[in-house]
Design a protein around this ligand. Structure first.
Ligand SMILES: C[S@@+](CC[C@H](N)C(=O)[O-])C[C@H]1O[C@@H](n2cnc3c(N)ncnc32)[C@H](O)[C@@H]1O
Length: 232
């Protein structure tokens, strides 16, 4: 959700005009997904997805099908990129609005490679996918259900496949909310014990919201490749 360097923004409208639109993270903080989708409309694909796609493109052709699950796809910024690059995609989200915005924007020539599924992370039973992409998504899983949900993801990715996405760290302000999942770095490393990291980038920064409240972010950006018994 941090899109660019942060600068403080005045919180009031002295002239009495309309209040400025909130930033994406201010909507996400309270799980206001319709507001979030408005705030991110037209944004490009996430860096973690782009990195994973670049790595797949660079590797020798493999038997793995170009099939991805975009878990917590929202209104589709990553799904659109996957489709554009020729992947078949199952886009999953618990928001009906997100999926309908996504479907409305999919170019006709890509529509046959897209399937959507209205599902929570907790109820979703994934089928094998070469890439599971989950951008700013999995930390919103119900905390008590996270471990079983994550075990299903790991089991679903074949050797040579990848996971791309974010985990939230323990020094992120949202860790105090209690309704989302935060990890320490050793925990993130353990979650991905069956993978080789292409990227494990830990970022801590501050972002001022339109309301004037500054949020402390602590995020792990992850791209990781599933390995077999031997390290590949
Ligand atoms: C911060 S948005 C990320 C959307 C998109 N991946 C992106 O990068 O902008 C989080 C998404 O997770 C979805 N979500 C939140 N909790 C969920 C759950 N328990 N199961 C499925 N989807 C959920 C929301 O509907 C929302 O689309």
């Amino acid at each position: 959700m941090p899109e660019q360097p942060t600068t403080p923004v005045p919180s009031a409208t002295p002239g009495g005009g309309a209040a400025p639109a909130l930033k994406a993270h201010e909507h996400a903080e309270i799980r206001d997904w319709p507001g979030y989708f408005r705030a991110v409309a037209g944004k490009p694909a996430r860096e973690t997805l782009l990195k994973a796609l670049e790595l797949f493109d660079r590797e020798a052709p493999s038997d793995l099908p170009r099939f991805a699950i975009d878990l917590g796809c929202g209104s589709g910024r990553d799904t659109f990129e996957l489709l554009r690059r020729g992947w078949r995609v199952l886009a999953v989200d618990a928001s009906e609005l997100g999926l309908s915005l996504l479907k409305k924007e999919v170019p006709n020539e890509h529509a046959a490679r897209l399937e959507t599924l209205l599902s929570s992370y907790e109820d979703f039973r994934p089928t094998q996918a070469t890439l599971i992409n989950a951008s700013y998504a999995l930390p919103f899983c119900e905390p008590l259900r996270f471990d079983e949900m994550w075990a299903r993801i790991v089991a679903t990715i074949p050797v040579g496949g990848r996971f791309a996405g974010q985990f939230f760290g323990e020094r992120d302000d949202w860790a105090a909310l209690g309704d989302r999942v935060h990890h320490t770095r050793p925990q993130v490393e353990r979650l991905l014990a069956d993978f080789t990291f292409d990227r494990l980038q830990e970022v801590e920064n501050r972002e001022a919201g339109v309301t004037g409240i500054v949020k402390n972010w602590h995020i792990f950006h992850v791209v990781a490749k599933k390995r077999g018994n031997k390290v590949n």
